[in-house]
Design a protein around this ligand. Structure first.
Ligand code: IFM
Length: 457
C-alpha cells in the first residue's frame, strides 16, 4: 500500500448474519427448540411479540440470498450454525445428518460463487435441552460445545477454513443474567453471569485444537462486542464507573484471552458491593486460564457505538456536570461515533498486541423503507458504513493488523428483543412477502468494494 487511499490487497469484504435471525424453519428437519424459540414465544419478551419462526425464511430462500451476495460482490459471508439443527436437545451422541446437509449445501453454493464462508458455531441459539440442564453457568455445557464443534468441523471443515467459536459472550453473560433481555432472562445474578462468561471462554479454548485438527489449514478465532468507553465528566465518580464498565464489558473477555488473567478490579468491586462472594467464583479451576489464552488466529470485533458512562449511583449534586458532547443517533438510539472504532483498534494493538483482527460486525439500524418508486434511499446507512470504514483504514495505516470488514447485515432480520422493528440490512425485507429489495447502501457497498475501497485522496 503506497497510497493512503486504498485497502490492503486481499482485504476481506463481507456481510454477516446469524441463524436464528434469518433462517426460520424453526422445527424443520429434526431441529430441536433453541433458547431463542422458547424466549421469543414467552409473552412480553419481544417487541410486538415477534418471533423467529419464519424470520427471513432463509432456510428455504438461501439460493436467492447467495445470488444477492454474488451480485453485491462480497468475497466472504459470515453466518452461524443453529446448534439445535445439529444436536436437537444438545445431548445426543450423533449429529443430525439433515441439519448438517443444510449447511453443507449452503457452503458449497458459497464456494461455487467465490464467496468464502466464515462460520460462527454459537450465535446464542443453544439447544433448549442444554439450558434445561443448567445452561452456561454449569461447567458440563463446555463438553457439549466441544462435542458440537468437533462434529461440525469434522463434516464441514474440509470446505470451511475460517471458524468463530462464539459470538459476543458479553451479551449471553450480561444481558442473559444481569439485565434479563436475552435468554434465560435472569436479572442481577452476577454469580451466574460470571460463570457463563468463564464457561464460554473455556469452551472456546478447549475447542480450538479440535477445530484445527479437523479443519486443516484453517483459522480459528472468537468474536467479541467491544467498544470505547469514556466517562461523562472528569469527576472521580464518572471515572470510576467508567473503569468498572470497561472492566465488565471489554476487559472481562480480552484479559483472559490475551493476558491469561481476569481483571481483578471487576471481581473486587462486585465483592465489595456484596454482589458476589468468594465461593461464587470457584468455577475457575487450575489451568483454565492457560486453556482460555491459547493462541487464536484472529479476534473478531463487533463495534457499533461508543459508551459514555455516567455514575448514576452517586448523588448528582456531588457529581460534575456532564461534559461529553454526544453525536447523532441511529433509530435504535445508539450514538454514531466512528472514531471510536479507531480508538478501539489502536487499543487492541497497543494493550493486547493482537496479531490479526476482522471487523466481524459493524452497522446501524434505520427504518427507511421503499419510496413510491420502490427504492430504499438509506443515505444515513451509507454515511454510517463509510465513516466507520474510513476510521478502520486510518487504523490500518497506523499499524493495526485488520484483515476484513463484515457489514451487519446482509438483510433486515429478527433483531432479538426488538423483533422486526429495527432494520440493519443492506437489503430491505418485506416480512409479509419476504421479498428482498437492495437498498441504496447495498448499491453503494457494491461499488465501494469493487475498487477495494479506493477513494480519491
Ligand atoms: O443483531 C445483532 C447481532 O446478532 C449481534 N451483534 C449486534 C447486532 C445488532 O444488535
Amino acid at each position: 500500500m503506497s497510497e493512503h487511499n486504498s485497502f490492503p490487497e486481499n482485504f476481506i469484504w463481507g456481510t454477516a448474519t446469524s441463524s436464528y435471525q434469518i433462517e426460520g424453519a424453526a422445527d424443520v428437519g429434526g431441529k430441536g427448540p433453541s433458547v431463542w424459540d422458547t424466549f421469543s414465544h414467552t409473552p412480553g419478551k419481544i417487541k410486538d411479540n415477534d418471533n423467529g419462526d419464519i424470520a427471513c425464511n432463509h432456510y428455504y430462500l438461501w439460493p436467492q440470498d447467495v445470488a444477492l451476495m454474488k451480485e453485491l460482490g462480497i468475497n466472504a459471508y459470515r453466518f452461524s450454525i443453529s446448534w439445535p439443527r445439529i444436536f436437537p436437545t444438545g445431548s445426543e451422541s450423533k449429529p443430525n445428518q439433515f441439519g448438517l446437509d443444510f449447511y453443507s449445501k449452503l457452503i458449497d453454493a458459497l464456494l461455487e460463487n467465490d464467496i468464502i464462508p466464515y462460520t460462527t458455531l454459537n450465535h446464542w441459539d443453544i439447544p433448549q435441552g442444554l439450558e434445561d440442564a443448567g445452561g452456561w453457568p454449569k461447567r458440563k455445557i463446555v463438553d457439549e460445545f466441544v462435542k458440537y464443534s468437533y462434529h461440525i468441523t469434522h463434516h464441514l471443515g474440509d470446505r470451511v477454513k475460517h471458524w468463530i467459536t462464539h459470538n459476543e459472550p458479553w451479551c449471553v453473560s450480561y444481558l442473559g443474567y444481569i439485565e434479563g433481555r436475552k435468554p434465560p432472562g435472569l436479572i442481577h445474578n452476577w454469580a451466574k453471569s460470571l460463570a457463563t462468561a468463564h464457561h464460554l471462554l473455556l469452551s472456546h479454548g478447549i475447542a480450538i485444537p479440535e477445530i484445527r485438527n479437523n479443519s486443516k489449514h484453517s483459522e480459528v478465532g472468537i468474536t467479541l462486542n467491544l467498544n470505547t468507553a469514556v466517562p461523562a465528566s472528569g469527576s472521580i465518580y464518572d471515572k470510576d464507573a467508567c473503569r468498572f464498565y470497561d472492566g465488565q464489558f471489554n476487559r472481562l473477555y480480552l484479559d483472559p484471552l490475551y493476558k491469561k488473567e481476569y481483571p481483578e478490579d471487576v471481581f473486587e468491586d462486585l465483592k465489595a458491593r456484596g454482589l458476589v462472594n468468594d465461593s461464587d467464583c470457584n468455577f475457575i479451576k487450575d489451568n483454565d486460564l492457560n486453556i482460555i489464552s491459547r493462541h487464536t488466529d484472529f479476534l473478531g470485533v463487533n463495534y457499533y457505538n461508543r459508551a459514555v458512562i455516567r455514575n448514576e449511583d452517586v448523588d448528582q449534586e456531588l457529581n460534575s456536570p456532564w461534559e461529553v458532547e454526544l453525536g447523532p443517533k441511529t433509530d435504535f438510539g445508539w450514538e454514531i461515533y466512528p472514531s471510536g472504532i479507531y480508538d478501539l483498534l489502536m487499543r487492541l494493538k497497543t494493550e493486547y498486541a493482537i496479531n490479526n483482527i476482522y471487523i466481524t460486525e459493524n452497522g446501524c439500524s434505520f427504518k427507511d423503507g421503499p419510496n413510491s418508486k420502490g427504492e430504499v434511499e438509506d443515505e444515513r446507512r451509507i454515511e454510517y458504513h463509510h465513516s466507520h470504514i474510513k476510521e478502520i483504514k486510518r487504523a490500518i495505516y497506523d499499524g493495526v493488523p485488520c484483515q476484513g470488514y463484515f457489514a451487519w447485515s446482509l438483510m433486515d432480520n429478527f433483531e432479538w428483543g426488538q423483533g422486526f422493528s429495527q432494520r440493519f440490512g443492506l437489503a430491505w425485507v418485506d416480512f409479509k412477502t419476504l421479498k428482498r429489495i437492495p437498498k441504496a447502501s447495498y448499491h453503494w457497498y457494491k461499488k465501494f468494494i469493487s475498487t477495494n475501497g479506493q477513494e480519491e485522496s
